[in-house]
Design a protein around this ligand. Structure first.
Ligand SMILES: [Zn+2]
Length: 210
């Protein structure tokens, strides 16, 4: 076992910065026998057990209303604690990640789980996929400056999708979009987001929802 470290410091490093958050964390640790009111120090190895305890009982968010709202909907039974942004369970300190989580939640509420994106670049698509990990939303994306897809390929993608977004303002060649836009089923929701950037795309889709 390595040298014991101040519990206050370990908690600060875990994002429990305010006195309120420290108290909430300590109270929970004490209730589960991981420390007691007299102790100021703890072996750092114990932090994995402490973090597991926090994950079970606490809803850690940065205090942003969107993060609070999403976390509350997902974990209504847990106790809310405001932590530093990097420890936020929704955004981890990234507004881009927050927007992606909001998008997944908004589409889930509308019963939409397969989003087809026309336009953008492969790195942007990878970013969005990573941000959506662990959510019910899957995306398929068509490189806006790649090779044109055949009508057949486009039909297969369209059959998979619940919704299509045309990501204008990114490279999106006409020959790429036409096989999709020309045969999108009339019942499919198709929207255009004329903004750049992954976060703007997410926000744009959310705003276009009824
Ligand atoms: Zn957050």
């Amino acid at each position: 076992m390595s040298t014991a470290i101040s519990i206050a410091r370990l908690l600060t490093e875990a994002g429990f910065v305010s006195p309120e958050a420290q108290t909430q964390a300590r109270t929970l640790m004490e209730a589960h026998g991981l420390t007691n009111p007299r102790k100021q120090q703890m072996a750092p190895e114990k932090m994995s057990r402490v973090n597991a305890l926090f994950a079970e009982y606490l809803r850690l968010t940065c205090g942003d209303p969107d993060c609070d709202g999403l976390a509350k909907r997902q974990w209504p039974g847990k106790t809310a604690v405001q932590v530093s942004p990097s420890a936020c369970i929704i955004c981890a300190g990234s507004s881009q990640q927050r927007a992606a989580r909001l998008l997944a939640a908004a589409l889930d509420k509308a019963g939409l789980h397969h989003l087809l994106i026309l336009g953008g670049t492969p790195p942007q698509h990878t970013t969005l996929r990573e941000l959506l990990e662990g959510t019910p939303l899957s995306i398929r994306a068509v490189n806006g400056s790649g090779r044109a897809h055949s009508a057949n390929e486009a039909a297969q993608q369209l059959a998979w999708a619940d919704m299509m977004v045309i990501w204008a303002s990114t490279p999106l060649h006409h020959k790429i979009s036409v096989p999709y836009t020309s045969q999108a089923p009339s019942a499919m929701r198709v929207i255009t987001v004329p903004r750049r950037g992954v976060e703007s795309l997410c926000r744009g889709v959310i705003e276009a929802l009824p």
